[in-house]
Design a protein around this ligand. Structure first.
Ligand code: 5RP
Length: 226
């Protein structure tokens, strides 16, 4: 069977899961390949894993694949969280959140003993924010106040719209997203700013969270450990 890089890296990560683990599932096309791969292993090898999902869509795909999906509210720790990313810098800082499930993604990535990030080579960047704007999730009433604060720090951006551009896009937690650009600011400095602005619920820069980034290519998987 010919594998594409996302499938290859997903199978690689699925092979690291051990019996009885609690595994966090990310959201997106790469995470979906991982769900498929781990569901196969779980069934064939009777791994008895439980999974917790970062989104309704991943939970539904996992259930359909026969995995034992447990509620986020039922866990106080997890062994591994596995997810994709939109960008990965050489210090393993990530940009995530093109979807609407940023809050749970960061929560699970922070709580897991190990966070494995699965990407193909197109996701590698020199600086975070190079290819995508930075999602900043805000409480709905505060979006203008937060945008004004971000502008004071050199940011440019706007509210994210839904796919038909006839309404704002709501996240899974009912919040709004500002998609921002900040010129050439260091991701660490930006993280510090975003972490301290009231009204910001979460943002898409994941610093110091990845245990390892696995990069799928046409023929192999490269591992970069933190
Ligand atoms: C969703 C994410 C995804 O992991 C990211 O967008 C990558 O998606 P894909 O695996 O489809 O390329 O952060 O919030």
């Amino acid at each position: 069977m010919t594998l594409n890089p996302k499938q290859r890296v997903a199978i690689h990560a699925a092979n690291l899961v051990e019996k009885d683990m609690i595994v966090g599932l990310g959201t997106g096309s790469t995470a979906n390949f991982f769900i498929e791969a781990i569901a196969k292993r779980n069934k064939a090898e009777k791994l008895n894993i439980r999974v917790v999902s970062s989104s309704i869509i991943s939970a539904s795909i996992a259930k359909e694949a026969g995995l034992n999906v447990i509620a986020l509210s039922d866990i106080d720790n997890l062994d591994i969280y596995v997810d994709g990313a939109d960008e990965v810098a050489s210090d393993l800082t990530l940009l995530k959140g093109r979807g609407q499930d940023l809050v749970k993604e960061k929560l699970l990535a922070s709580a897991a003993d190990q966070f494995f990030v699965l990407v193909d080579e197109t996701k590698l960047v020199e600086n975070i924010g190079q290819n995508f704007s930075i999602p900043v999730e805000v409480i709905p009433e505060a979006w203008q106040l937060v945008l004004a604060q971000l502008k004071l720090h050199g940011g440019h951006g706007q509210l994210r719209l839904n796919s038909s551009s006839d309404n704002v896009a709501f996240t899974a937690s009912g919040s709004l997203v500002l998609d921002m650009t900040f010129g050439k600011m260091e991701s660490l400095e930006l993280t510090m700013i975003l972490d301290t602005i009231p009204g910001v619920i979460e943002h898409g820069i994941f610093s110091d969270l990845a245990t390892a980034v696995f990069i799928g290519t046409e023929t192999a998987v490269e591992e970069h450990w933190y």
